[in-house]
Design a protein around this ligand. Structure first.
Ligand code: DAT
Ligand code: MG
Length: 149
């Protein structure tokens, strides 16, 4: 079963959006398999955003993600990587569709509330970067037959 890495950024946590965001993924039918509130070290932030190392916004991005608590999560489900990106919305909240998390709650690209892995390879790398095997729980929700054929 496919898994993706999501992180509610410090703005989402400070704005008390944790419950609302988790509710949306639960309501959609995805399964939570990893969850922790944490302070992000500079080293973890730089590794996580390594692909953007050369971009002008990189230092600000690292500073932002390390500026307060982050809720790191792993979610499971068929097609969850692409579907989570759709639920999250466009990178710039000003371009994100209403109904998406960024479209409903964001107003600035530097405060876009949540991160989601963008492809199977990045999902695998990011899950391994943020979670140990022991922190992930494999379980079968009993209502699965009402969500899945
Ligand atoms: P996404 O988070 O939608 O995967 P990304 O991987 O391109 O977007 O960029 C990572 C984060 O970096 C993004 O969530 C916000 C920040 N960012 C991206 N482009 C930016 C820009 N032009 N100016 C400021 N911050 C930017
Ligand atoms: Mg990205």
């Amino acid at each position: 079963m496919e898994r993706t890495f999501l992180a509610i950024k410090p703005d989402g946590v400070q704005r008390k959006l944790v419950g609302e965001i988790i509710r949306r993924f639960e309501a959609k039918g995805f399964t939570l398999v990893g969850l922790k509130l944490m302070s992000v070290s500079k080293a973890l932030a730089e590794e996580h955003y390594g692909v953007h190392k050369e971009r002008p916004f990189f230092p600000g991005l690292v500073e932002f993600i390390t500026s307060g608590p982050v809720v790191a999560m792993v979610w499971e489900g068929e097609g969850v990587i692409a579907a989570a990106r759709k639920l999250i919305g466009a990178t710039n909240p000003l371009n994100a569709e209403p109904g998406t998390i960024r479209g409903d709650f964001g107003a600035n690209i530097g405060r876009n509330i949540i991160h989601g892995s963008d492809a199977p390879e990045t999902a695998q790398t990011e899950i391994a970067l943020w979670f140990t095997e022991e922190e992930l729980v494999s379980w079968q929700p009993t209502l699965m037959s009402w969500i899945h054929e």
